[in-house]
Design a protein around this ligand. Structure first.
Ligand SMILES: Nc1ncnc2c1ncn2[C@@H]1O[C@H](COP(=O)(O)OP(=O)(O)OP(=O)(O)O)[C@@H](O)[C@H]1O
Ligand SMILES: [Mg+2]
Length: 264
């Protein structure tokens, strides 16, 4: 039997004894997209930060998180830093805050690559350019000389995907990767994520409050409500026969979204 890329068992989070996230199980195989859906405040970002081992120090975390069989919850900070980037990458909702405004895209990209692999500046530049070309950004050499504020939100989000994919991580967590974008750029971002999944068999945890995004991309879905996973199923069953009243409510609420009909 193959080991799942990510295996989360009984993950729970609390603050001063008050539960925020109730015990949750989740596993993702290579090449699989698992969706995490739920309304604002349901615990989606908290789940992703816990997997990343980046929860606020005021929060207590329980349970097991294994990445390629390695337990992350007991790993040293140094080992974790090495895993982040190489094995595990994150794409966040707001590309404007994900980059430092002080340095060029090229400086930040080359730093990232060189922190995680032994290569010369020239080799790192070549890898950065190839990763930018992969997400169909034109003139990557020129792009490397620009500062984040010189790019549009849609372009920056594509740059973030290039950052996430360049080290060929086994798992990408994409937390609301399309929410800040217009419809055209949403489609583009999903297309690039799909390309990465297919080309490199990357496992993807796709977080969204938008069911049409989940319908288009995910193989399986976890539905969260107020810190609980209320439904975990494959994407077709979720839409054809939602079991939980909250899921039924979510599906009714999104029926007007046209992207879903195209996606299914
Ligand atoms: N550091 C913290 N201390 C205490 N409570 C927190 C902390 N961080 C988040 N919360 C609470 O945990 C709950 C889950 O938040 P989370 O950010 O995971 O929601 P979400 O599902 O990602 O929502 P959204 O769709 O708005 O991004 C919320 O009620 C939030 O207020
Ligand atoms: Mg969130």
């Amino acid at each position: 039997m193959t080991i799942p890329v990510l295996e989360v068992q009984q993950l729970a989070v609390e603050v001063a004894g008050q539960p925020l996230l109730y015990p949750l199980d989740l596993s993702i195989e290579a090449g699989e997209v698992v969706g995490l859906v739920g309304e604002s405040g349901s615990g989606k970002t908290m789940t992703s930060l816990a997997i990343f081992q980046l929860l606020d120090a005021s929060l207590t975390q329980h349970g097991s998180i294994r990445l390629n069989g390695e337990e992350l919850t007991t790993m040293s900070d140094k080992a974790l830093r090495q895993r982040r980037g190489n094995e595990l990458a994150m794409i966040m909702q707001n590309p404007m805050t994900a980059f430092s405004p002080l340095y060029t895209i090229g400086y930040q990209f080359i730093e990232l690559i060189r922190q995680h692999s032994a290569c010369t500046k020239k080799q790192a530049t070549q890898r950065a350019c190839a990763a930018l070309a992969d997400v169909q950004l034109q003139a990557p050499e020129k792009l490397l000389t620009l500062y984040p504020f010189e790019l549009s939100g849609g372009m920056l989000q594509r740059v973030m995907i290039a950052f996430a994919a360049v080290l060929r991580p086994k798992l990408i967590i994409a937390d609301e990767p399309t929410t800040a974008l217009d419809l055209y750029n949403q489609k583009e971002v999903l297309k690039h994520l799909e390309h990465i999944r297919v080309t490199h068999q990357t496992a993807i945890l796709l977080i969204s409050h938008d069911l049409s995004v989940i319908a288009e991309m995910a193989d399986r879905v976890l539905v969260m409500e107020k810190g609980h996973v209320v439904e975990a199923t494959d994407v077709v069953s979720l839409f054809q026969a939602p079991q939980h009243p909250y899921t039924q409510h979510l599906i009714k609420a999104r029926l007007t979204v046209p992207a879903l009909e195209e996606g299914l």
